[in-house]
Design a protein around this ligand. Structure first.
Ligand SMILES: *Cc1c(COP(=O)(O)O)cnc(C)c1O
Length: 377
């Protein structure tokens, strides 16, 4: 990076390490951990996050696409890299060349993958995805045994894992129990996983990891909790998690305007009193979506300032009439804490009618990131 940007996302690697510790404290010593780092590590930066986790002994990572796995290999990452979604025949050559582990749910390409593995003189470990109620990627349970046999019967391929995914592990309903029963029944049909190759069985995302120990099986796949958010809004602190991401801007201009003054495009906000406004150089280009107009708030000097008027592409306006001591150049916190006050991803998600996951991807992947809390060891 040659020049800094006006807005930046700060990634606290010490908080990431802390959250890893919280997650590990929930696991029996025999349960393995696959860190989910798709979507550029939920907006936190793929390579720095993986390096920080690898330095703490994490040796299995999940990405969405082959391209992300290749990036990790090129950065020198040696652990197991599981491609959750994008292991299609088009990318099999890259997958084999970089020693990535595909999740498969489509039998069409098995011969091709087998041939590439044999030609390269390697064994490609395959994880088979089964749909026990997610209604998304995954073969249906009654097809699992045939698919597993098809993998086992091909040279150069080994069945290393069988997985599924839980759609409602953050809820209290009976669905998760039913899906876990379906997962176990399907596994039983595959035979004892501890015989021959011994595939890993895994189904737990963060929600199931924290709520349902019976879902841990051989390995768990936390994503959002590594980054300090809970699957259910408002529960992060109770789980002992610390937010990893902060999103900060700055006060570019301060101005006094009279009562009855319209603010920003379309004048969706008109001052009701003589007002002091702070103009910020952040807008929807930075993932600070227009939907936040007249809904969101920011922190300046540890105090809350509400957004007024429409968020623009590269600017928005907050009302600082009631705030003490605001000056041009002050740090503005859009996400994170400042002087004892805080705006967490769940709160921003509420303003946006979405979930924390989307807020992290938006802010993290639209802005320059800086890393703090690097380990000295
Ligand atoms: C994204 C993802 C996860 C992680 O889910 P979190 O709720 O973020 O913990 C786990 N498994 C699969 C298959 C995923 O796609």
């Amino acid at each position: 990076m040659s020049t800094g940007s006006l807005n930046r996302v700060e990634i606290d690697l010490a908080a990431l390490r802390h959250n890893l510790g919280v997650i590990r404290s929930r696991l029996a010593p025999t349960v393995r951990l696959m860190a989910v780092v798709k979507a550029d590590a939920y907006g936190h930066g793929l390579v720095p996050v993986v390096r920080a986790l690898a330095a703490r002994g994490v040796d299995t990572f999940a990405v969405a696409e082959v391209e992300e796995g290749v990036r990790l290999r090129e950065a020198g990452v040696t652990g197991e890299i599981v491609v959750l979604v994008g292991a299609v025949p088009e990318f099999f050559p890259d997958l084999v060349a970089h020693g990535l582990t595909p999740v498969l749910y489509e039998p069409g390409g098995l011969d091709r993958l087998s041939a590439l593995a044999v030609a390269a003189g390697v064994t490609v470990k395959v994880h088979l995805k089964v749909d026990v109620g997610m209604g998304r990627f995954g073969i249906m349970p009654q097809e699992a045994a045939a698919f597993a046999a098809a993998v086992a019967g091909r040279p150069g391929l080994a069945l290393a894992g069988v997985l599924s995914h839980l759609p409602m592990a953050d809820g209290a309903g009976p669905e998760t129990e039913r899906q876990l029963a379906g997962f176990e029944a399907m596994l039983a049909g595959l035979g004892d996983p501890r015989s021959d190759a011994g595939h890993l069985r895994h189904i737990a995302n963060s929600a199931a990891l924290f709520r349902t120990p019976a879902a841990h099986f051989d390995m768990v796949r936390p994503g959002i909790t590594l980054y300090g958010c809970a699957p259910v809004a408002g529960e992060a602190a109770r789980l002992g998690l610390r937010p990893v991401m902060r999103f900060v801007s700055r006060v570019m201009e301060l101005k006094e305007v009279p009562a009855g003054y319209g603010i920003s495009y379309s004048h969706t906000f008109v001052t009701r009193r003589p007002s002091r406004l702070a103009v910020l150089p952040v807008g929807y280009d930075h993932g600070y979506l227009r939907r936040l107009s007249n809904r969101g708030a920011v922190l300046i000097r540890g105090q809350r300032a509400p957004l007024c008027g429409n968020v623009c592409m590269s600017a928005c306006v907050v009302d600082v009439t009631d705030l003490a001591g605001v000056a041009v150049g002050d740090e503005v916190v859009l996400l994170g804490s400042q002087g004892g006050a805080g705006i967490d991803a769940d709160e921003v998600a509420g303003w946006l009618d979405t979930i924390s996951y989307e807020v992290l991807c938006l802010f993290g992947n639209c802005n320059q990131r800086v890393y703090v809390g690097e380990s000295q060891t």
